[in-house]
Design a protein around this ligand. Structure first.
Ligand SMILES: *Cc1c(COP(=O)(O)O)cnc(C)c1O
Length: 400
């Protein structure tokens, strides 16, 4: 073993010290073709002036892992490029990203306009946490664009949109609502989790921020939690500040897994788009299926708007069985090519009902109030061969 020679010592070191310092100074791999996972919590500076310049943001570099990290920075930059934004930051989960984004925008006395169909956790931020901070929230019927515009005109500091929605796949007209928000002087934030930047680019339609649960399609393998915020530099900076102080930093290992996942995002989403379309058409024609929610279907009430603002209709759909919740109880366990789990966007097909997935945080009463039927099945198409998915659906439907 080569004797380590920390800069402040030249005499031989005790093995206990070698165990701590040995080989550390040569550990930074250069020329690696893949992004190194830097687990280091902090970064050392021999020059105090340089340290201070980095700490003040006047020079590039990292100080402490809760603020920034080199592996995490690569993920953020990749997402900034994919979403066509000017700035990006990240968080430990989608909810951490959403919380930081909206806390960065809002002050006591502000007014938020959003819709009833946002993700369950987001909905609870609106109904439980923001009102406690003196922030007024109006959650409008997701299908009524006129009502959303009227609410915006009543005063709006944050317009928060999500499309397609979870789990009923409702579509919001992004251009129309973003324009209405801006006319009222509001910041506009869009949750782009379901669509992904492969299918939809809200920043190009004028949104100020895009937020994601990177846990879903971006990572794509159901093995890393994460969130990302992309858009207007001042709002990204405010979200970053909230996140760095509140502490929900994305871990370097999760960032590495998300980077690896995003490399195949385009391939995966292309397959998931086509699998979801084929499955939707199959289910819509099936006698035991009451209704199918998929923005790519002609029967979807906002199909035309979806076709205008989306390059693909996504991998998510939901459907109701004619037999109600009893039929769901027979059908769901019979599927062989699907995880029954509170997740979506993974390479494996994943199914669930709202009470265990999108709205697991809500009570049955709250779900009813939000208009989420209990007998609905949410289907996240994986990247399997679609013929196998259809055979699997057929055998499970036959049991009802
Ligand atoms: C899952 C999800 C979230 C929350 O993300 P987490 O990573 O679970 O915190 C937010 N929005 C949508 C649309 C989601 O599907």
């Amino acid at each position: 073993m080569t004797e380590p020679t920390p800069k402040h010592r030249s005499t031989p070191l005790d093995p206990a010290t070698v165990a701590v310092w040995g080989a550390e100074e040569t550990s930074m791999v250069s020329g690696a073709t893949q992004v190194p996972v830097v687990h280091s919590v902090a970064y050392g500076y021999d020059d105090l002036d340089e340290w201070e310049a980095v700490a003040l943001g006047d020079a590039p570099g990292h100080i402490y892992g809760r603020n920034t990290n080199p592996t995490v920075a690569v993920f953020e930059e990749k997402m900034r490029l994919l979403e066509h934004g000017e700035a990006a930051t990240s968080a430990a989960s989608g909810m951490a990203a959403i919380s930081s984004a909206i806390h960065g925008v809002l002050r006591p006395g502000d007014r938020v306009v959003s819709v009833k169909d946002t993700y369950g956790g987001t909905s609870l931020l609106f109904t439980e946490f923001l009102p406690a901070l003196g922030i007024e929230v109006d959650l409008v019927d997701t299908t009524d664009h006129d009502a959303i515009e009227r609410s915006i005109q009543g005063g709006c500091d944050l317009l928060y949109l999500e499309t397609p929605t979870n789990p009923t796949l409702k579509i919001l007209d992004l251009s129309r609502l973003i324009d209405a928000g801006h006319r009222a002087g509001s910041a506009v934030v869009v949750d782009n989790t379901f669509a992904t930047p492969v299918n939809q680019l809200p920043l190009l339609l004028g949104a100020d921020l895009v937020v994601h649960s990177a846990t879903k399609f971006l990572g794509g393998h159901a093995d890393a939690l994460g969130g990302v915020i992309v858009g207007r530099p001042d709002l990204v900076e405010a979200a970053f500040h909230h996140r760095e102080i509140n502490g929900a930093a994305l871990s370097p290992m999760a960032a590495y897994l998300l980077i690896r996942g995003v490399k195949t995002l385009d391939l995966r989403v292309e397959r998931q788009n086509s699998n979801a379309a084929v499955v939707s058409n199959y289910l819509e024609a099936h006698p035991k299926v009451a209704s199918v929610n998929y923005p790519g279907l002609d029967s979807h009430p906002k199909h035309e708007i979806a076709a205008q603002q989306m390059a693909g209709f996504g991998g998510m759909l939901s459907f109701a069985l004619k037999g109600g919740f009893d039929a769901v109880k027979t059908f769901l366990p019979a599927l062989r090519l699907a995880h029954r789990a509170a997740n979506l966007g993974s390479v494996e097909t994943t199914v669930g009902v709202p009470s265990t997935t999108s709205h697991v945080e809500c009570s049955a009463e709250e779900r009813l109030r939000l208009g989420i039927p209990e007998g609905l099945v949410r289907y996240s198409a994986g990247i399997e061969k679609v013929d196998d998915l259809l055979v699997d659906l057929e055998q499970a439907l036959d049991l009802i």
